[in-house]
Design a protein around this ligand. Structure first.
Ligand code: ADP
Ligand code: SF4
Length: 678
């Protein structure tokens, strides 16, 4: 189907300095967890974005030389000719689909401890690095000269590798942002102190990059439009002054704000387009192409962005991860096929853990090269067979959809009336509504497949499954929260938790409430469930005490860039927070807590108790059927019924199980190899 003409503005080419973007879809630089160590994985992933129609595809932050490394975090490098060869594969893959390739040259300044190179970190001042108790050396004038030389050399290598847009990266608290920051940079050597002094290095780099590569490459700057010292505004007009002083030399402004927790905002706290007000103001001053982000998944919102002139390009990281094919789907009038990002930041968490990008919505993300998975194309099965999927949570839905796309005859049986499994209850928790997109996308896609039949309100017994006589059976029956307290702290559970006051998260989500009085929530899992329950109950006016063995609320969600927001929310809701303690036992009317360091105990009044510890796989059906191995070609359990985890894991497992059904499994390993010739 051709696109609706009203979307034409999104498909207008745009001249960016000496190059031209074919459309307005711009994948901004974003981390991947792949970096220089996984060049094939990286190149294949970026190539798929271009194939999906993104007119510009950028690298993640790319270290310009060994003078700044970000180990153990994964980052790209353009240090030498080896990197030129690797990064050329990224650029050529992007070019193969008619898109422009951008590269973000990076120096961490005093944020990075240079743990790999052991080169002394440099910064505008001598300051503690972000992760290690070591300080940077204050750059002297010769260091600044050397940095400028290295940046120019890196820009030349980037051009050699084939990149079209070269960034001067002056945001996100890295080196150039440190130079710009008036609280940090009080140097008295012409590179600090006054505003003119603080912006001098940025201007010099822009000039030198332009001079080195500007005849063929666009020069971009990534910068914040608000004042780092007073985030959210620019009361002194410093950013306005900066913009005005560099706009003659910049070909593209990639604008953001200094609050990273908003820029990278999870949907629990921030909605689509939250940066618009900030960017719109500055755009008026610029007179050059502007891109910015806002987790745009709605084609209408994208169109509005361009038509209203807030930006010239629709910047995206997460939406392009969740659906690399958004541009082509809009182009082809397939709006209902868009797989919208849910704003969970599991992608960001993967990078933080140093592993290739993964995505709750898009199971093929990071698997393009390793497993050869394409986000849109599922190869037809060699032979059409009958497959039964039991359970329509994230794992079962994804498995059924993938089997259906392979051409199998699929039956999806679900005990409830509604599809979605755990999503049904969890998306009613405060802020998690957008997560229902995991269900909605799959349910809608399934409705388009004639070869998939869905039976609702059909709780399957082993006899029912055997009666259907499918060739392949996938059991995706999920899991439930344990009430025993079994988890990290009490491996075997705690007998005193077998008490009428104990309610599981499932029971609370189903609407059950304890007797009036204080409710103690024990968060042993440390992701979103306990804090979301605490928020929900506190908002109902109940007295809630949140207890965790960690030193902070919802400790794992540091990785999803929401921990500080979660903790602030619980404080605002009046939840009493007790960290570094476990709930050891329940006593009459009380809960006994113990300090995880000293073992010292204390007691709290407790009328209700919610252990958020671990979950029990609901695998009874699978176990029963396992006794009849000869009745199927294959029987497997998938998702939480195999191993409970977060939703991304269930979706990936459902996809994997279906893709690998009857197919040879190839999982390639990306690694730098020794030189066999030496
Ligand atoms: P996952 O995250 O692994 O997809 P969920 O818990 O979200 O797991 O979903 C499991 C789904 O399986 C639920 O919708 C549940 O109603 C369904 N289910 C559980 N047991 C049966 C059964 N015997 N027959 C059909 N559906 C079942
Ligand atoms: Fe969006 Fe979550 Fe996927 Fe990241 S992991 S792109 S936030 S759906």
């Amino acid at each position: 189907m051709p696109r609706e003409p009203r979307f034409d503005p999104l498909f207008q080419p745009l001249k960016i300095g000496p190059v031209t973007a074919p459309n307005r879809f711009y994948q901004v630089p974003h981390c991947t967890g792949m970096g220089f160590a996984m060049p094939e994985t990286l190149a294949a992933m970026r190539k798929v974005k271009a194939e999906g129609g993104w007119g510009v595809v950028c690298t993640e932050y790319c270290s310009m030389d060994p003078g700044s490394d970000d180990h153990p975090a994964p980052y790209a490098t353009i240090w030498d000719q080896g990197d030129v060869r690797n990064m050329a594969k990224v650029a050529s893959g992007v070019h193969a689909h008619g898109a422009l390739a951008g590269i973000e040259l990076w120096h961490g300044g005093f944020r990075s401890a240079n743990l790999l190179s052991r080169v002394t970190p440099l910064g505008p001042i001598s300051q503690l690095t972000a992760t290690t108790p070591v300080q940077s050396a204050r750059m002297d004038l010769s260091d600044i000269r050397e940095y400028r030389r290295a940046h120019k050399a890196a820009a030349l290598r980037a051009r050699e590798a084939g990149f079209d847009i070269i960034y001067v990266y002056a945001a996100h608290t890295y080196l150039l942002a440190q130079f710009l920051n008036r609280n940090i940079n009080q140097r008295d050597d012409g590179y600090g102190g006054s505003l003119e002094g603080r912006i001098r290095l940025v201007r010099e780099l822009l000039d030198e990059t332009k001079e080195a590569v500007g005849d063929t490459c666009a020069v971009a700057i990534r910068m914040e439009v608000d004042d780092e010292v007073t985030p959210g505004s620019d009361p002194r007009g410093e950013k306005r002054f900066l913009l005005e002083s560099i706009r003659d030399v910049v070909d593209l402004f990639d604008l953001t704000i200094s609050d990273y927790y908003q820029e990278m905002g999870v949907s629990r706290f921030h909605r689509q387009g939250s940066l618009e007000a900030h960017i719109a103001e500055m755009k008026k001053l610029v007179g050059k192409p502007v891109v910015s982000v806002g987790r745009y998944t709605s084609p209408e919102a994208m169109l509005n962005l361009i038509k209203s002139g807030i930006t010239d390009l629709v910047g995206a990281a997460r939406p392009s991860i969740a659906d690399p094919f958004i541009p082509n789907k809009i182009r082809d009038g397939r709006l209902d096929d868009i797989r919208e990002c849910i704003g969970c930041n599991i992608c960001y968490a993967s990078d933080g853990q140093g592993v290739p990008l993964r995505c709750t919505q898009n199971p093929s993300m990071g698997e393009e090269w390793r497993r050869g998975w394409h986000p849109e194309i599922v190869p037809a099965a060699p032979k059409r067979e009958r497959a039964l999927v039991v359970g329509a949570g994230p794992a079962g839905l994804e498995a059924a959809l993938t089997l259906g796309r392979q051409g199998h005859e699929v039956i999806l049986a679900e005990a409830s009336r509604e599809l979605g499994g755990r999503l049904l209850a969890e998306t009613k928790l405060p802020g998690l509504q957008e997560w229902i997109r995991v269900r909605d996308y799959r349910a809608h896609q399934l409705s388009k497949l004639d070869n998939v039949t869905i039976y609702r309100e059909s709780r399957m017994s082993a006899a029912d499954v055997l009666e259907i006589g499918a060739d392949h059976v996938l059991i995706a029956t999920g899991s439930h929260w344990r009430k025993s307290g079994s988890g990290r702290h009490h491996l075997a559970g705690e007998p005193s938790f077998a008490d009428p006051r104990t309610l599981s998260p499932d029971e609370i989500m189903a609407g059950k409430r304890p007797a009036p009085g204080p409710i103690v929530i024990f968060d042993d899992e440390e992701y979103y469930m306990a804090s979301a329950l605490a928020e929900m109950l506190a908002k109902e006016g109940l007295q809630v005490v949140y207890v965790t063995g960690a030193g902070i609320v919802s400790a794992w969600s540091v990785k999803t860039a929401e921990q500080s927001l979660v903790q602030a929310r619980l404080i605002e809701c009046g939840v009493e927070i007790i960290v570094s303690h476990s709930v050891e036992a329940l006593a009459p009317q009380e809960a006994e807590l113990a300090c995880v360091y000293t073992g010292r105990t204390r007691r709290l009044p407790c009328a209700g108790f919610i252990p958020v510890t671990s979950r029990e796989p609901d695998d009874a059906l699978w176990r029963e059927l396992s006794a009849e191995p000869d009745r199927f070609h294959s029987l497997q359990r998938v998702g939480d019924c195999k191993a409970p985890g977060h939703i991304a894991i269930a979706v990936h497992d459902g996809h994997r199980a279906a893709r690998e059904l009857g197919q040879p499994v190839v999982v390639k390993r990306d690694r730098p190899l020794v030189d066999a010739a030496e």
